[in-house]
Design a protein around this ligand. Structure first.
Ligand code: NAP
Length: 319
């Protein structure tokens, strides 16, 4: 059993910024790096809007730099998936991969959000065999082939535009006539000659043969008619949901599952537990806002720990 002053769950921009601040404050943070080390930015290409990089920076490179910066100040990383936590008493218990147990006087939860699924026939079976939620990871496999991107938000526009580098054609399938994406992203997609739109179309099934995806069945939301759009690849870009399943309702969350925080702080409904980044942010969801909230969480933890009695620290801080 390992006892720490602070454990950080998740290694996106929020978790890594919290790690940098907590490590510099000599809190010797232990960071649990989950299934997607580096978080969503490792699934993107170039990040153009993170301040300090006038020429842009590749997402994975940015995350690697943040990780190294945290390590430089003594942050320690453990790779594994947080399967459950016990927040009923302090120190809190964190179970990793259903077997390894850790304890900490305070927790920073920065587990981010994951790609949503359509929930249609054939989607799960064909994931990794033509259905993907990551254009950066899988676009390469569709050189000179037709691709469908599902979704009408900024992610769908961005992925579609990126995928034109590889695909012979990209069809954006969206369930409504109006796109949700910002004007600038819409314009970029509309001005790309390789992109075509199928609007007002609801995906209903993934068509496939024994080995690969062959098409997407869609239903016209006005007429109710269905048709098949032939394709080799389907990229699902319909947003994300917060990764809070492991909490088992021990923290207050909103109806979608985002962790609720108090006022301008990162404090949650349980004293000593703090949340930052996309797991607590249904609104902004940017790398820079996640990083900013990670900084706030570390400062909140520092203040919380200062308020604890000295006897709390009479335990070993070593693994
Ligand atoms: P989003 O804005 O929530 O859009 C999700 C899209 O998927 C919507 O068009 C939605 O349709 C559609 N959708 C949801 N569930 C569906 C289902 N079951 N079947 C079919 N379609 C479904 O998510 P996002 O595009 O991932 O963007 C999230 C946030 O990140 C936004 O704030 C966005 O601005 C930001 N972002 C910014 C950038 C950038 O600036 N570079 C890039 C990516 C994301 P409806 O429209 O009908 O609801």
């Amino acid at each position: 059993m390992t006892l720490r002053r602070v454990m950080i769950l998740g290694t996106g921009p929020a978790g890594l910024t919290a790690a940098i601040y907590a490590a510099r404050a000599n809190l010797q943070p232990l960071i649990i790096e989950g299934n997607e080390p580096g978080g969503q930015l490792t699934l993107t290409t170039e990040v153009e809007n993170f301040p300090g990089f006038p020429e842009g920076v590749m997402g994975p490179e940015l995350m690697q730099s943040m990780r190294e910066q945290a390590e430089r100040f003594g942050a320690e990383f453990v790779t594994g998936f947080v399967t459950s936590v016990d927040l009923s008493k302090r120190p809190f218990t964190v179970i990793v991969d259903e077997k390894d147990s850790y304890q900490a006087q305070s927790l920073i939860i920065s587990t981010g959000a994951s790609a949503k699924r359509l929930g249609i026939e054939g989607e799960l079976e064909m994931t990794g065999r033509g259905v993907s939620t990551c254009a950066t990871c899988d676009g390469f496999f569709f050189r000179n082939k037709p691709i469908i991107v599902v979704g009408g938000g900024d992610s769908a526009m961005e992925e579609a535009t990126f995928l034109t580098k590889f695909a012979s054609e990209v069809v954006i399938v969206h369930r409504r006539e109006e796109l949700r994406a910002s004007k600038v992203m819409q314009e970029r997609a509309r001005n790309n000659s390789k992109i075509r739109f199928e609007l007002g179309m609801l995906p209903t099934a993934v068509e496939r043969d024994e080995h690969k995806v062959t098409g997407l069945v869609v239903r016209d939301v006005v007429t109710g008619e269905t048709k098949s759009l032939k394709t080799d690849g389907i990229f699902v870009a319909i947003g994300h949901s917060p990764n809070t399943g492991f909490l088992a309702e021990q923290l207050e969350v909103d109806p979608v599952g985002y962790i609720k925080t108090k006022g301008v702080t990162t404090a949650t409904s349980v004293e000593g537990v703090f949340a930052c980044g996309d797991v607590a942010d249904p609104l902004y969801r940017q790398a820079i806002t996640a990083a900013g909230s990670g900084c706030k969480a570390a400062l909140d933890v520092e203040k919380f720990l200062e308020g604890q009695s000295a006897q709390d620290w009479s335990v070993s801080l070593q693994a």
